[in-house]
Design a protein around this ligand. Sequence first.
Ligand code: 4AD
Ligand code: MG
Length: 465
Amino acid sequence: MKDIRRKTVKELLSSPEKYAGKEVDVKGWVRTRRGNKNVQFVALNDGSTINNLQIVLDLGKFSEDSLKLVTTGSSIHVQGLLVESQGKGQSVEIQADKLELYGTADPAEYPLQKKGHSLEFLREIAHLRPRTNTFGAVLRIRHALAYAVHKFFNDKGFYYFHTPLITESDCEGAGAMFQVTTLPLNNVPVTETGEVDYSQDFFGGQSALTVSGQLEGELGATALGCIYTFGPTFRAENSNTPRHLSEFWMIEPEMAFYEIQDNMDLAEEFIKYCIAYALENCKDDIQFLNDHFDKGLIERLNFVLANDFVRLPYTEGIKILEESGEKFEFPVFWGVDLASEHERYLVEKHFKRPVILTDYPKEIKAFYMKMNDDGKTVRAMDVLFPQIGEIIGGSQREESYEKLRARMEELHMQDMPWYMDTRKFGSVPHSGFGLGFERLVLFVTGMQNIRDVIPFPRYPKNCSF
Ligand code: 4AD
Ligand code: MG
């Protein structure tokens, strides 16, 4: 092999005029090989783009024997001239001069053969599925969205604030946490009163994986002004739904001096920015998913960009549901925590666009939300999306030390002096929200199951790979 610097397939296909007529070097995995006794064609993919590069192998130059092991899934290194393609389906191709085989993939064993595979089957081979067109597309879009998140906040002057993954506090109060311990489980130390003696545990107290970085995020916002977190989040609830993961990524902006209206404005602008970024920067991948899985995808994305989100108090939402005449599986009444079917009715049938539902009953929301003057509802805001249901949950925070203390006592919560200090020293109105990153990726890719938008999903009874 000559000493030529490798080009990605994406580079070659996106500026063919720059490389046509030149000798190029590519490396990647064989998607297919076909042809006849005179010439063979390899579709090469290197993961840089959903598109394959065609490699033309002249059997005058390469013996049929030397190509035997160039099968679907094998990895190769090719050098040759990039030329305008003779055939249909691609603009350019490589006329190979030199071919090196890196690794074989025995067709009798390699599970990703040319025929399409079901998403369920691919979940069982999650270690190989990134090599499929579908998962390549999803994972590149996921990357672009993660980049868009950072770009959006950085450009707005927000600071990326790293909150801990191991914590002693249960932010959402739902109690579904994964415990972290180094205590010997077959011989747990107990106190005189027979309780587990956590003072002997690694951190000297009972600790768990975080369900949210918000509480620490509030410490950041009341110092730096506007911050956001973007990290893994863990919930041990036994939810086997297409919308829940046990380990998911959450983005949590927290802003000093923001009231609930500012919070809603930011949430809407943020989601639209991410969707627009993906549409602009992931054209091929989104088009592929649109063509193969969900013919309405691009239209739906553009529709969300073009329309204002509805802003509606919970109480009015309940009224609409009660008067809908719809037969719901779960009952509707004031005070109920809305089920996905209720959220989707409002979004998909009634308003036919995203809805921000506000002012929920305090009983169904977390302790930190700011109480409204009615004493019954809190300044919560959930953003509800077509196909997804809740994509964002957020609120204005209770900034009054006394009110927050009273609410925590009402809920029999343990004191968190470090958190209360935000309200004790220079307390300010502030707000924030959490976006479930995988739910955003679900929406933008049009995939139906959240387990298919993260490389290695974690859910009850599954921690493989
Ligand atoms: O509504 P949640 O529980 O809100 C919070 O955690 C707040 N601390 C956020 C804040 O105000 N800073 O979760 C926020 C979002 C949900 O709207 C949903 O998109 C996502 O996180 N989410 C999940 N995504 C995947 N799997 C799960 N099990 C999820 N639970 C919540
Ligand atoms: Mg929520």
